[in-house]
Design a protein around this ligand. Structure first.
Ligand SMILES: *[C@@H]1O[C@H](CO)[C@@H](O)[C@H](O)[C@H]1NC(C)=O
Ligand SMILES: *[C@@H]1O[C@H](CO)[C@@H](O)[C@H](O)[C@H]1NC(C)=O
Ligand SMILES: *[C@@H]1O[C@H](CO)[C@@H](O)[C@H](O)[C@H]1NC(C)=O
Length: 941
């Protein structure tokens, strides 16, 4: 959560940002080429009608769980001083309407904003003693008016700080701007007169820091055309005469009602020293916000700033090109200072990190081929990594023999709290270091990308735990500071609407990979220093104390320092004396997982969990439940005894074991005698467990081996290499898959398309959709679904800076490398490439084939809607968002991954009553297994 103490500098930043934005806007309007700015003013009514408070669970709101929906929704209610509504937070069990004075915080020629200083005489307060922070949270609704003084319909943008959803003149907007980023506001078109706005107020302790919630609605005039939506150009720093990386980006918003096409990016006419190249042409849909990526080359790196112009035109009917100019002041730094590098995130967006190469002193007596490890430092929530508070937090380690890297995790909230989207960013930042070395012609020691020392504060402390539990074989040591153990442990999920425990198990199962308290065994062998301020009122010391106790029980190695008189943050928190000692002691070491005589690997999702001791889990038997591998070295037999539970497939890297595969028994089977097959493998081998529990070598591993054998043109066993061990293949008759599937064996025999098996990036719960390679494609099958497609695009950009193309789905063919989100109404969703996919949609409802083969039919009544993952070729995914009508489509769309902790499994089927019952209103929910079958653990009503 944002840190009260930290907030002040950010407020300052924010004010500067507003000032910059205002300046930009001044420049913008004339550039809109739509004539002179129209006469315009907007003003908010000061009186707001409030109804609430009602109970709200942590991160429950995307599921609905709004008690007023029982009465048809707040929008259908009129203010009535006499009316009482039952509420578990109300005195006498009821609440009613009240009036609130909205504070106009900013009003000028371009717009106006109102802040709602909601302050219920906290009825939750007496409950807090019993339910803690969970009882501080609430939800309520507010209704106000604004009037627009103008002559014509105008494009306006709506900011909604700390707000998740609102209605304007009866039109629903979900997603809002919970963290007050102001990155992708909706563009709406309104005419003169009075307009009504209904705002759902959801008070979330974690997002709002336990202080007053600054709920703000701001309405501003937008230019009539393409507008710059970011602060200038995001680009790298110039270090000692080199641009640290060439990738740059400008975010634009299309305020028009027609799609616009970006044709090129070129240097402005007055800029002769810059060369720019657009990465690929981009269509910005009407109302959409999209980043434009381009490469920059500077022929004169002393230039103080660059200016580019974006050439664009309307797609249809094609118009003459227009230009949008953007300039950016360059930051010049010494190469030894932390500086900004930019690179491509797997989602095809620009991300940046702050990099500090080893100092002159650190490299002085390094040997020629020495590689320095990476010291990673993860920032807290709401903090920008380029802020000195972050980028200079490790100045006291100036001569450490390491590359110091401050990743962003893409956004100030690290995308999804350093998990899926955010951690992918960490890994590309690390992998960018060699490219940086090339770009700037660095002569010093290279980087060892496989050795990390990880530190992090607050949300970043939690990120450090994530790294420890998910990349244990890369980590030489770690220092999680003032971090929390899991979002459920932070602000407990006590006050969600009641639900069947099978449902909460599914919700929690979707979050398994993020519960560090259950994954600590993975840290065994890694030195850990924990530190927490005793007076921390933001992340309670409870988290560090608990994890330190559990680490001991997991035979892990940690020292825990609880600092008296210190709070959540203080200057120098990342470099206290014990931390400096720790960094210096550990930095020269290597990851300890190869030395361990006994260890375990616990896996929530194989898609995001790396190896430990040469073993990696690649499939779980029952997704949504933990899998584990326990390894013990048996002195008597001199073998590693590996036992597994809930593991369906496993990758073994035999190079990690000095005596090779023959030294391993897996669930009692000798690894070198599997299935009568004695196998040589140069690097890694994938093993599958078949239905009777026997382990087999997967065909793909065999295939690789065969290719290798053919390539070397003689049987590898005659080669006298150290990795060549007694090889012969006795049987090639190994199934492609672990289990005999009758599914399509008739049709395609053994050559089953890989897309029928769920693997790699497709694994995990619904947030697996974030593991895209390339931008998202959001397709709508019906023009009625286009508004929801645009809303999803907005939310992806707002919460993750994720890029998406919004397109009308005309054909099923799609050739983009990224994942696809399909929004659809009625029966018009195209069929999937998987012929026997268990969920089938029709215009009148849907059917689900449950485990065991029975088919359940769900009729369209009660506003049926569904959201689920489906396979696409090449490990890609499609997220289908579907409803029998437009209203129910909007209900499903609430669950498109956006906030952490919501707990969406692989599929959810809902009816309208989810809107007040929350999870309990889902008629079906659960996970898909490795064959995309519904697991036995699913709930189907
Ligand atoms: C080019 O002109 C623009 C607009 O007048 C100005 O903002 C920018 O600083 C100029 N750039 C250079 C490199 O002179
Ligand atoms: C911890 O170590 C003890 C003693 O070696 C052993 O008996 C126990 O199983 C280990 N526990 C875990 C969780 O590894
Ligand atoms: C998956 O479902 C199909 C039928 O739809 C069935 O033939 C197959 O055996 C199932 N696979 C597993 C692993 O249960």
């Amino acid at each position: 959560m944002p840190l009260n103490r930290l907030l002040r500098p950010f407020l300052l930043c924010f004010i500067t940002f507003l000032a910059n934005a205002a300046r930009l806007r001044d420049e913008m309007v004339p550039l809109g080429q739509e004539g002179t700015p129209p006469s315009f003013s907007v003003s908010f009514s000061s009186a707001w009608q409030i109804l609430g408070p009602f109970q709200a669970g942590s991160r429950e709101a995307p599921w609905g769980a709004d008690p007023l929906e029982f009465f048809g929704g707040f929008r259908s209610l009129q203010c009535d001083k006499e009316a009482r509504f039952r509420s578990s937070l109300g005195i006498d069990g009821t609440v009613g309407w009240s009036l609130l004075e909205g504070e106009t915080v900013n009003a000028n020629a371009f717009g106006s904003s109102v802040s709602l200083p909601v302050n219920f005489e906290n009825p939750g307060l007496p409950l807090q003693g019993v339910y803690g922070w969970a009882a501080r949270q609430y939800q309520a609704w507010a209704r106000g008016q604004f009037s627009i003084d103008t002559e014509q319909d105008l494009p306006l943008i709506v900011y909604s700080d700390s707000i998740l959803e609102f209605w304007i003149d009866g039109v629903h907007y979900f997603g809002g701007d919970f963290y007050s980023f102001r990155k992708a506001p909706p563009v709406i078109r309104l005419g003169p007169g009075a307009h009504t706005v209904d705002v759902r107020l959801v008070y979330d302790v974690r997002a709002m820091g336990g202080g007053d919630a600054p709920f703000i609605i701001a309405i501003e005039l937008a230019s009539g055309s393409l507008e710059v939506a970011s602060q200038g150009i995001v680009m790298a720093d110039v270090v000692d005469g080199s641009l640290a990386s060439s990738l740059a980006s400008v975010t634009v918003r299309n305020n028009k009602a027609q799609d616009l096409e970006i044709l090129s990016v070129e240097p402005s006419l007055n800029d002769s020293t810059t060369t720019v190249t657009l990465k690929s042409s981009v269509v910005v849909a009407a109302g959409q916000t999209r980043p434009i990526l381009f490469d920059v080359k500077l022929s004169d790196t002393t230039t103080p700033s660059i200016s580019v112009r974006i050439k664009y035109r309307q797609v249809s009917p094609a118009s003459f090109p227009s230009f949008l100019e953007v300039s950016q002041t360059l930051t010049h730094r010494s190469i030894y200072e932390p500086h900004k590098i930019t690179y491509l995130h797997p989602g095809s967006i620009l991300s940046y990190a702050m990099l500090r190469p080893p100092s002159k002193k650190a490299v002085q007596d390094s040997s020629e081929n020495e590689k320095f490890p990476i010291l990673l430092a993860f920032h807290g929530a709401g903090v920008e990594a380029e802020n000195d508070l972050v980028a200079h937090a490790l100045d006291r380690t100036s001569d450490i023999k390491a590359w110091v890297l401050f990743p962003t995790g893409v956004t100030t909230w690290s995308g999804d709290d350093w998990h899926n989207w955010g951690f992918a960013d960490v890994e590309v930042a690390v992998n960018y270091v060699p490219k940086w070395i090339e770009a700037v012609g660095w002569q010093g020691p290279a980087a060892d990308l496989q050795r990390w020392l990880v530190a992090g504060h607050s949300n970043g402390g939690q990120g450090a735990w994530y790294a420890l539990t998910h990349r244990p074989s890369k980590i030489i040591a770690a220092a999680p500071l003032s971090g929390y153990s899991s979002i459920q442990n932070y602000v407990p999920y006590l006050l969600w609407q009641p639900m069947d425990p099978q449902r909460s198990a599914i919700r929690d199962g979707a979050l398994n990979s993020y519960r560090h308290e259950l994954l600590l065994e993975n840290c065994k062998g890694i030195p850990i220093l924990q530190q927490h301020g005793a007076l921390d009122d933001n992340v309670p010391t409870y988290h560090s104390r608990l994890l330190s106790q559990l680490l001991l029980q997991a035979n892990g190695t940690s020292r825990y320092y609880e600092l008296p008189d210190k709070g959540h943050w203080f200057d120098g928190i990342m470099a206290t004396p014990q931390l400096l000692d720790f960094y210096n002691q550990q930095i020269g070491k290597i990851p300890g997982d190869q030395e361990l005589q006994s260890f375990s690997l616990v896996v929530g999702s194989p898609a995001d969990t790396g190896s430990k001791g040469g073993l990696r889990v690649t499939q779980l038997e029952t997704p949504g439940q933990y899998g584990r591998v326990d390894v013990v070295f048996d002195e008597v037999t001199a073998k590693y005894r590996v036992t597994t539970s809930n593991v369906l497939s496993l990758e073994v890297d035999d190079q990690r074991h000095s005596s090779g595969l023959s030294s391993i028994t897996l669930d009692g089977q000798d690894l070198n005698k599997l299935d009568g097959t004695v196998l040589h493998q140069e690097d890694k081998m994938v093993l599958w467990r078949n239905t009777n529990g026997q382990w087999k070598v997967s065909q793909s591993s065999l295939l690789r081996w065969l290719i290798l054998a053919l390539r070397t043109r003689f049987h590898p066993c005659v080669r006298a290499s150290k990795s060549c061990r007694h090889i012969s293949i006795l049987s090639l008759n190994i199934p492609v898959k672990p289990s005999k599937s009758s599914r399509n064996s008739k049709k395609v025999g053994n050559k089953q398309p890989s897309s029928l098996l769920r693997s790699g990036r497709q694994l995990g719960a619904m947030d697996a959709i974030l593991r895209t390679r390339g931008h998202f494609t959001i397709q709508y099958q019906h023009s009625e679904a286009s508004g929801i497609a645009l809303q999803i695009s907005r939310n992806l950009y707002q919460y993750f800076y994720a890029d998406s193309a919004v397109v009308e789905a005309k054909t099923q063919a799609d050739h983009t490398p990224g994942n696809v989100i399909t929004t659809s109404i009625g029966g018009d969703v195209h069929a999937n490439s998987h012929p026997l996919f268990p969920i089938k949609l029709s215009s009148s409802g849907l059917s689900i084939q449950e485990a065991g083969g029975r088919t359940r039919e769900y009729g369209g009544e009660g506003g049926l809607s569904a959201i689920f993952l489906r396979p696409l070729p090449d490990e890609r995914l499609e997220l289908v968002v579907w409803g029998v009508n437009r209203e129910s489509l909007a209900i499903a769309a609430r669950l498109v991954p956006m906030l952490t902790g919501v707990g969406q499994p692989d599929f959810v089927v809902m009816r309208r009553d989810c809107l007040w019952k929350g999870v309990e209103g889902a008629v079906a929910m659960g996970f898909f297994d490795h064959e995309w079958n519904v697991t036995k653990t699913a709930v189907l009503r």
